[in-house]
Design a protein around this ligand. Structure first.
Ligand code: MRU
Length: 348
């Protein structure tokens, strides 16, 4: 399969190349970024989005932000790094991979404290590239575990985009679809449009269609009827943050799909790397849910679709209670309830 990497460094390693996801599906354009502010902006405006891809971009972004530092001492360099880290961390609050990647970069910096600043910068570059490479490996494993739960010719429903462009490889929720496609499984995928920013119709449908997977876009309010009509055998979604008790923050609308799946007795699988599991967050109630500009609701794609003077509420994510989740599929295996016990085990 031709893997699309949404964020990578150029050959000279002095710029990040980002697929601008806001332009899809009508335009496939890569942009070049070498400033911290532009990385922040790209994350905030969803040019790069999807929890693992945000983590990868943050790793490269902070490296690019400090690689030309004029600091002469470790302490001065560390201070600059921490300022850059704080700044990037303020771009979006929910996907834990952003913080995970930035913490990982800081840990590497601290570990190399005794080295020269040139060597430290090289190590930061190495670490950012490791984050990308490991994400690709994790996606492959998640896809294999996910596929082991599915059978040929199944109807699958997904919400938002947890594919190759939300990660840096096969994707998470879409990974088993890609692997199954390589084995001629003949899946029929239904992709929720995912209002307000239509990641399902703009990105998921685009990605799957590019490789020839049978994909049908439905509006979010049609999930119930396709389930009732027996078109869906399993629901597969990604995640932005998994709490220690198994509650899952993912794109707004996910929890509604999970509740429907329970009603229709359809397995509901969450797929994500362990970098998305936040054992420091006890339950979904402790997850910071991003609120976004109301314009995304009434004027997302150029046409006014509601009177702008009314009130709007635009949470970008919701939390699916762990009781609705059949299994959480990670690169370390398939985790089943009780999640508080079994998630802890995979980190041991
Ligand atoms: O606001 P977005 O587009 O960044 O939200 C993305 C999602 O909610 C994805 O489903 C999630 O990050 C999983 S990506 C593998």
């Amino acid at each position: 399969m031709n893997i699309i990497v949404p964020a990578k460094l150029n050959e000279a390693k002095d710029k990040m190349i980002l697929l601008d996801q806001t332009l899809l599906p009508t335009e496939t354009r890569y942009i070049e970024i070498d400033k911290l502010e532009d990385t922040w902006d790209a994350i905030k405006k969803l040019r790069v989005r999807g929890a693992p891809a945000i983590g990868v971009a943050a790793g490269f972004g902070i490296y690019l932000g400090v690689k030309d530092s004029k600091a002469n001492t470790y302490d001065d360099f560390y201070e600059e790094f921490m300022e850059a880290k704080k700044y990037l961390a303020s771009s979006r609050p929910t996907a834990v991979n952003l913080f995970w990647a930035l913490n990982r970069m800081e840990d590497r910096l601290v570990k190399e404290k005794e080295k020269s600043l040139d060597e430290i910068k090289k190590s930061l570059l190495e670490e950012s590239e490791d984050i990308l490479r490991e994400d690709q490996e994790m996606c492959k494993k998640i896809s294999e575990y996910g596929l082991s739960l599915l059978k040929p010719n199944m109807g699958l429903l997904t919400h938002c985009n947890a594919g190759g462009i939300a990660t840096s490889g096969y994707g998470t929720a879409l990974g088993p679809m890609y692997l199954g496609h390589e084995k001629s499984y003949g899946f029929k995928v239904f992709s929720d449009e995912t209002r307000p920013l239509n990641q399902g119709s703009r990105l998921t449908a685009w990605e799957l269609n590019e490789v020839g997977i049978d994909v049908t876009v439905i509006c979010d309010d049609m999930a119930s009827i396709v389930m009732k009509q027996g078109k869906i055998d399993a629901v597969l979604v990604g995640c932005d943050r998994v709490a220690a008790n198994g509650d899952v923050a993912n794109k707004i609308g996910t929890s509604g799909v999970a509740i429907l799946a329970k009603e229709y007795n359809i397995p509901f699988y969450v797929l994500g790397p362990t970098s998305t599991i936040d054992m420091e967050t006890a339950t979904g109630d402790d997850i910071n849910i991003e609120l976004r500009d109301s314009k995304e609701i009434y004027n997302g794609f150029g046409k006014i679709t509601a009177p702008p003077e009314v009130k709007f509420y635009n949470p970008a994510f919701d939390v699916t209670d762990h009781k609705y989740i059949t299994a959480i599929i990670t690169e370390k295996g398939i985790v089943k309830p009780p999640y508080d016990e079994n998630l802890r085990k995979i980190f041991q």
